[in-house]
Write a protein that binds this ligand. Structure first.
Ligand code: SAM
Length: 306
């Protein structure tokens, strides 16, 4: 078991497999980029790292980027993994329609698809692409057909873009008949875009007033609201000691470094292409030793041991 000095047991690994992306989202945090020049981790190193992590009880892997579908060997990467409880990817969905079936056949269980706007004009303004919006919608349908469900539709909350359209987003998702969960994500201001920050308390109150049932996940203490047959999950990372106290994730950067926290790049552990599963296991232990909650206030009260 990998347990850090704050009692947090690592159960999932988030792997960025490339920095490359086919969109240019104005708000993107790039998974806390390690600012290494373009160098992409090999399928073998990914497989050995996941094998080592699985040996310590890690059960879930999520692939991210950049855009993971920019890698033509993504299916091979997935196929080389050891058996796990949950293999997922977060994608912008632009290239998903033609690869959903092959990804599912390789062993991908489900996808998160980013959709920051519900109309193509705002989508283009945010992502820099005027053509991508309909392709993302095709990607959602293809992912449902391929069984990559439940899909989480990731909507970063952005003032003036989608904060007044939460009910529209719920209605949009309800059209997918239970195959899609709406995930609303608080904007992390990595790119000096404070003007887009949304009052999350207001969104939380709105969801509370509409929900027939509210649950709490252990991961990050995320709240789930059930509204008109739609599941809505709210991700509130900022200034949230409960979020950090219940973070059970380690990260792997696209250049092959273990990363204890999204918010920091001063404590990375480089794996190296030739490291064995045993050596990576030792590196995982060293990385977990370095884990510290980014927001620590009230940590003791908020650690969830459920
Ligand atoms: N290209 C893929 C995608 O669009 O999903 C994967 C990379 S993206 C960095 C991974 C996730 O981070 C997406 O769900 C996106 O919505 C979220 N994200 C990006 N920038 C963010 C920010 N500044 N604050 C909060 N979430 C962000």
């Amino acid at each position: 078991m990998l347990c850090d000095n704050y009692g947090r047991v690592i159960t999932s690994l988030r792997i960025s497999i490339t920095k490359r992306c086919n969109l240019n989202c104005i708000y993107c945090h790039q998974e806390g980029d390690d600012f290494e020049p373009l160098r992409e981790i090999s399928p073998g190193t990914i497989s050995r790292t996941v094998t080592a992590a699985a040996g310590f009880g890690v059960k879930k892997v999520k692939f991210s980027g950049g855009e993971p579908l920019m890698r033509s060997d993504f299916e091979d990467i997935i196929a080389m993994l050891p058996p796990l409880k949950d293999i997922s990817a977060t994608t912008n969905g632009v290239l998903l329609a033609r690869r959903a079936t092959s990804l599912a056949s390789s062993g991908l269980d489900r996808v998160n698809i980013s959709l920051p706007a519900l109309d193509k004009e705002n989508y283009a303004k945010l992502t820099g692409s005027s053509l991508a919006f309909p392709r993302v919608l095709e990607g959602i349908s293809a992912a449902i057909d391929a069984g990559l469900t439940p899909i989480k539709l990731n909507m970063v909350l952005l003032k003036g873009i989608n904060d007044e359209r939460i009910e529209d987003a719920i209605h949009f998702v309800s059209g997918y008949e239970g195959n899609v969960i709406l995930q609303l994500i608080e904007l992390m201001n990595f790119k000096n875009i404070a003007g887009y920050m949304v009052d999350i308390d207001r969104i939380e109150k709105l969801l509370e007033s509409k929900a027939s049932c509210i649950k709490e996940r252990q991961l990050h203490r995320r709240k789930k609201y059930f509204i008109d047959g739609v599941e809505v999950e709210l991700v509130r990372p900022i200034d949230n000691s409960g979020f950090c106290a219940n973070c059970n994730r380690l990260r792997l950067t696209s250049s092959g470094k273990l990363k204890p926290c999204l918010m920091r790049n001063d404590n990375l552990v480089e794996i190296g292409e030739n490291a064995t599963v045993w050596e990576i296991g030792e590196m995982l232990k060293r990385t977990v030793e370095k884990r510290e909650p980014y927001y620590k206030d009230k940590l003791k009260q908020t650690i969830c041991r459920a």
